[in-house]
Ligand binder design. Structure first.
Ligand SMILES: [Zn+2]
Length: 125
C-alpha cells in the first residue's frame, strides 16, 4: 500500500496489455470440442462376461454437461485422434478463461488501490 500512484498505474497498464494478449490467444486458437476425452473402463452388464470378473471393457469417450445433464459419447476409432486434439483445445481454452477471471479481478484490485491513493476525506474529520 506504500507504492506510489505512478508505479501502480504503470503496473495497471502492464497487466491490461497482458489481458489483451490472453484474450487474443483464447479467441484465435481455432476449432474446439467441449468435453473431456478419456479412456473409460466399464462393465457391459452380462453376468457371464469377462468384465463381471474384473476384466473391464475399455472405451474411449467424450463426456460433458449439456443443459445440466451429464452426457457420455463413445468415440469411434477413426475419430479418436481428431476428438482428442479438439477436446485438448477446449481444455486449453477453459484454463486460459480461468486465468482471465483471476487477472481481471487483480486488475480491479489495482484500480481500486489507485483510487484509494486519490481519495480525499470529505467532510474533513
Ligand atoms: Zn462385458
Amino acid at each position: 500500500m506504500t507504492r506510489k500512484p505512478a508505479a501502480l498505474r504503470q503496473q495497471l497498464w502492464r497487466d491490461y496489455r497482458a489481458l489483451g494478449r490472453l484474450l487474443r490467444a483464447m479467441t484465435s486458437q481455432g476449432p474446439l470440442i467441449p468435453g473431456s476425452f478419456y479412456l473409460m473402463r466399464r462393465k457391459c452388464g452380462k453376468a457371464a462376461c469377462r468384465c463381471a470378473r474384473g476384466q473391464l471393457h475399455p472405451a474411449w469417450v467424450l463426456t460433458r454437461t449439456e443443459a445440466g445433464q451429464h452426457k457420455l459419447y463413445s468415440v469411434p476409432p477413426d475419430q479418436r485422434a481428431g476428438v482428442r486434439q479438439l477436446a485438448a483445445a477446449w481444455r486449453r481454452y477453459q484454463r486460459a478463461r480461468a486465468r482471465l477471471v483471476k487477472q481481471v479481478a487483480a486488475l480491479l484490485r489495482l484500480a481500486d488501490q489507485i483510487a484509494q491513493t486519490q481519495r480525499l476525506d470529505w467532510p474533513a474529520p
